[in-house]
Ligand binder design. Structure first.
Ligand code: 13P
Length: 255
């Protein structure tokens, strides 16, 4: 299976100068380093989507949105739809990121509606799941992740399942520099595969890339991705620095 390195730029690159500097550094650092085997996806703020899509066209980097609304068009002030990002050339969208669940009240039901809205427009969802610290302390990780997957995939049919990426992002690890052991990550990966296998089939379960996200850095990518047997990583802060992002890509490519 291909390996994926996804950058979630979150609400950064606030000015035109910052954005242009980022894109220039990406060319200087990442492209000058030569070819890469991993599949790269960058998810900028929606305000920059069009610019990023134009910039990365033909450069072997796909572009995704960080969020969409589940309706296609209409009176939904402040929202963007799957059809809208698709018509500008985005291929991916992050669904159910913990920051959206926690800060914007996104429920499992809403995540399911967004995931289905994306698939409907042939936009590939990157579904984020993961437990918070309390749930981890109370040994509820498997239960929480299982429930999130089952709810998110409700009414998703088997022909759509290989369009999906699932990212295990323990909430306590996002932005904190706290990280799980490779064994802990691997256990959750096994659980996710088992869950998809039960819901669909073992063959389909093998087709879904399962990534790790949360405080990924060049120095811990071996532990969090390679030793844990993950199919790639979803990177927050380090994706803002193309040179560091490149080191993560190179570590994954080497193995
Ligand atoms: P950090 O890599 O900054 O911890 O963020 C992870 C994340 O939320 C990626 O979606």
């Amino acid at each position: 299976m291909d390996k994926y390195v996804i950058g979630n730029l979150k609400m950064n690159l606030l000015t035109q100068a910052e954005r242009d500097h980022y894109l220039k550094s990406f060319i200087d650092e990442v492209y000058k380093a030569g070819k890469f085997k991993s599949r790269l996806i960058i998810c900028p703020p929606s305000f920059h989507l069009e610019k990023f899509i134009d910039f990365f066209r033909g450069k072997k980097v796909s572009v995704g949105a960080q969020n969409i609304y589940f309706e296609q068009r209409g009176s939904f002030t402040g929202e963007i739809s799957a059809l809208m990002i698709k018509s500008f050339g985005a291929e991916w969208v992050i669904v159910g990121h913990s920051e959206r669940r926690r800060l914007f009240g996104e429920t499992d039901e809403v995540c399911n509606l967004k995931l289905r809205a994306a698939l409907e427009e042939k936009i590939k969802p990157i579904l984020c799941v993961g437990e918070n610290l309390d749930q981890r302390k109370n040994d509820l990780t498997f239960e929480v992740v299982s429930r999130q997957i089952e709810s998110a995939l409700k009414e998703v049919v088997s022909t759509q399942i290989d369009k999906l990426i699932i990212a295990y992002e323990p909430i306590w690890s996002v932005g904190s520099d706290e990280i799980p052991s490779s064994d802990e990550v691997m256990q959750v990966k096994i659980l996710i595969r088992k869950k998809i296998s039960e819901l669909y089939s073992p063959v389909l379960a093998e087709k879904v890339p399962i990534l790790y996200g949360g405080s990924v850095k060049p120095k811990n990518v071996k532990q969090l991705c390679l030793e844990a047997g993950m199919d790639g990583v979803l990177v927050g802060r380090e994706s803002l620095v193309p040179g560091e992002f490149l080191k993560i890509v190179q570590s994954i490519d080497k193995n």
